[in-house]
Design a protein around this ligand. Structure first.
Ligand code: ZN
Length: 373
């Protein structure tokens, strides 16, 4: 490629800081919850979907000196921000707060993690942005946290797990979507499970590999639920970002969803456009992992089938082990898409990023860097 990724100042839409230990969160908990956490000896609240010792969770060189996936602030700055000249990195902290059965404990921990991210990460490098963690078990508490944190423009998204307790299209979640739409925040749905339900429709699998491969079908269930329940009709300005979902399942899914919608649309009259149109208007996907065929030219063919250049958002998924070396972009990504994927699509999706910079300076810099739309 004539233009290199780092020349563009890419926006990395999926970066994972290390999961904070309880000792790090204690200053951000109120006295009651501090006492509970210490008294019960609660620690190690990593999501079970990403076991700290699993090769999936971190590339070998992306463990910190203490073995923690993702290392620390300096490692993340060196390995992500400096390595690719990243303009903004959106931090998605995968913390067990999102999976708690206790609504109150989940909300207290989500609040602490968000405040920890603001103080320990966002305040320490202006290139960091973050997603708001919430406890989806209680939409009311989730909305309260979204509203509390949305006043800080460095929080650019609401974060949900791909697998919670119920399909995400159900009305129980609509309060969250209403708040996100009102505040101009996309809803990011990240791979991972609260494990309140089996990951497969057949029951519980045995191994991490089954869990992770099955995530692609979980995303299909959730996307179909959002469409069929009419979420995008009810919330016409809502954007959903599928994060770490894989990409190449989407054309086949849309073909099937659109075909059956044509036949059965009288059942769901509120779905007023085809699933293909709805996805193009409302859904975006982060790039990694690219579950593409081995032949580079076939990736271009799959992207062509998506029928839009607006859907994909650059991500490294640091420190998850999705690729080796510096191959943050998959071979076969058409050159015309590079500046779209790396800069323009993320800016259009996360409107708070664009709002933080004067339009004129963005235009001037885009010309200087060779970013074309
Ligand atoms: Zn990720």
């Amino acid at each position: 490629m004539t233009v290199q990724l780092r020349d563009l100042g890419p926006i990395d839409c999926d970066v994972h800081p290390p999961t904070p230990r309880m000792a790090e969160l204690l200053p951000y908990l109120d006295p009651h919850w501090r006492e509970v956490m210490v008294g019960r000896g609660i620690d190690g609240l990593e999501l079970a979907s990403y076991p700290p010792g699993s090769p999936l969770t971190a590339r070998p060189e992306w463990h910190g000196p203490d073995g923690r996936p993702g290392g620390d602030l300096e490692m993340l700055k060196r390995e992500v921000l400096e390595r690719w000249g990243v303009r903004y990195a959106i931090l998605n902290c995968l913390h067990g707060a999102m999976a708690m059965f206790s609504e109150d404990m989940g909300a207290a921990l989500a609040r602490a993690v968000n405040d920890w991210i603001a103080k320990e990460w966002l305040d320490r490098d202006e290139r960091f942005r973050a997603s708001i963690l919430v406890t989806p078990r209680s939409p009311e508490l989730a909305v309260a946290e979204i509203e509390r944190r949305a006043s800080d423009p460095r929080f650019v998204q609401v974060l949900l797990l791909a697998a919670g307790e119920t399909p995400l299209g159900r009305r129980a979640h609509w309060l969250i979507y209403a708040a996100a739409e009102r505040l101009g925040l996309p809803v990011g749905i990240h791979a991972g499970s609260a494990f309140h339900q089996p990951m497969t429709s057949l029951g519980w699998p045995s191994f991490v590999v089954e869990d992770y491969v099955d995530q692609a079908t979980t995303f299909q269930h959730q996307l179909l639920s959002l469409i069929a329940e009419g979420v995008f009709t009810k919330f016409p300005r809502l954007t959903v970002v599928l994060i770490e979902s894989g990409v190449t399942w989407l054309p086949a899914f849309l073909w099937r969803a659109t075909k059956e919608w044509r036949a059965l649309r009288s059942e769901v009259p509120w779905v007023d456009r085809s699933p293909i149109e709805i996805v193009r208007d409302h859904v975006r996907l982060t790039l990694q992992p690219v579950d593409a065929p081995a032949e580079p030219e076939r990736l271009a063919a799959v992207i062509e089938e998506l029928g839009s250049d607006d859907l994909l958002l650059f991500s490294t998924d640091y420190p998850h082990w999705q690729w080796d070396g510096d191959d943050a972009l998959p071979p076969g990504l058409p050159e015309r898409l590079l500046s779209k994927v790396a800069v323009l699509n993320p800016r259009a999706t996360y409107r708070r990023l664009a709002a933080s910079e004067p339009e004129e300076s963005v235009r001037e810099e885009s010309v200087a860097r060779g970013i074309v739309s």
